[in-house]
Design a protein around this ligand. Sequence first.
Ligand code: RB5
Length: 142
Amino acid sequence: MLALGCDHGGFELMQEVKLHLEDRGFEYKDFGCYSTTSVDYPKFAKKVAHAVAEGECEFGILICGTGIGISIAANKVKGIRAALCSDCFSAQATREHNDANILAMGARTIGPGLALKIVDTFLDTPFSNDERHIRRINMIED
Ligand code: RB5
């Protein structure tokens, strides 16, 4: 189960992401927002972050205008490793090295074609389980 959240800046891209996830057979919970009316991104970041941190959802996807504010807010929740990605290399590396549990993207910084490739890369890449990466992740949590 995936947790999805966005603000007004990310709403339109999130509709494309949802269609793509449905095509791929992923189930998701949509924590909003639900229109392009202006909203406050921390509210949606926290909802998705808590759903992931508490185990209700395995991964989250967050989208705002830049992806910056919504990832900063998500990373305030203990156990969350939200990675802002605007390229596939980063999406792969953050799963392999950081075991990122939330993907954040900026709808105003990347196009929808790239965004969907980033989503695929993030969801299809397992954590490496390398000892050095586990050690570093544990140091983040300390
Ligand atoms: C909203 O205008 C915008 O500030 C938000 O989507 C995001 O870019 C914040 O980091």
